[in-house]
Design a protein around this ligand. Structure first.
Ligand SMILES: [Ca+2]
Ligand SMILES: [Ca+2]
Ligand SMILES: [Ca+2]
Length: 205
């Protein structure tokens, strides 16, 4: 009998703790409006099919439960499942439904669009449109324009140069031109030496 009371107290404490932790998470979520970027779109030649990449530039997570993805056809709709959250600074990819796997059950055409609607089905949150399939994919660049990318970057930062810089080591206060260990390239810029430790060209696509 004596062992039961501590156990039930522990259970109560655990439940109370979970409730306390859930509340701030909801309060801290950023609004979807202005905090979701339709970041990259694969409309042809993707694997396993077409896909849509969203990006959350906010400092807080964004909850997309019940939001609706459509292409240019109002009858084509994918309701985002409850509990779908994009982490702060994170990416989320939706795949075209293929052989029972994936998300949205419609294809993206050469002249098409991807639109995100609020759960009411009529409030447009954000959209991207294009005229003609991209050579690779379309993506949002640093200037905020939706343009052709160099390589597909599904679920990662967009790439418009075709060069992947894995790591850049900046050595402050050292003599320009002083080689860093294992550096493959270096240049003195304004008295600061930049050492490009690895620079890997991406295989042509
Ligand atoms: Ca379509
Ligand atoms: Ca493509
Ligand atoms: Ca990307």
């Amino acid at each position: 009998m004596r062992a039961r009371r501590p156990l039930s107290l522990l259970a109560a404490a655990t439940i109370g703790c979970a409730d306390l932790m859930a509340a701030p998470s909801i309060a801290m979520a950023a609004p979807v409006e202005n905090n979701i970027v339709m970041n990259e779109v694969e409309s042809s030649g993707g694997a396993p099919g077409d896909w849509i990449e969203l990006f959350n530039p906010a400092d807080s997570e964004v909850d997309l439960s019940g939001y609706i993805l459509r292409d240019s056809d109002d009858d084509h709709a994918f309701v985002i499942p409850v509990g779908t959250v994009v982490a702060a600074g994170g990416y989320l990819v939706f795949d075209e439904l293929n052989d029972g796997a994936g998300d949205f059950d419609f294809g993206l055409g050469g002249t098409d669009s991807v639109r995100l609607f609020a759960p009411d089905g009529t409030t447009l949150v954000t959209e991207q449109a294009w005229d003609g399939h991209a050579e690779v994919t379309y993506g949002v660049n640093a200037a905020g324009d939706f343009v052709e990318t160099a390589v597909p970057t599904k679920g990662a930062a967009n790439n418009f140069s075709g060069v992947v810089i894995n790591e850049v080591v900046v050595v402050l206060g050292s003599s320009p031109g002083t080689p860093a260990q294992n550096s493959s390239d270096s240049a003195g810029i304004g008295g600061v030496s930049w050492f490009l430790v690895t620079r890997k060209p991406v295989a042509g696509s």
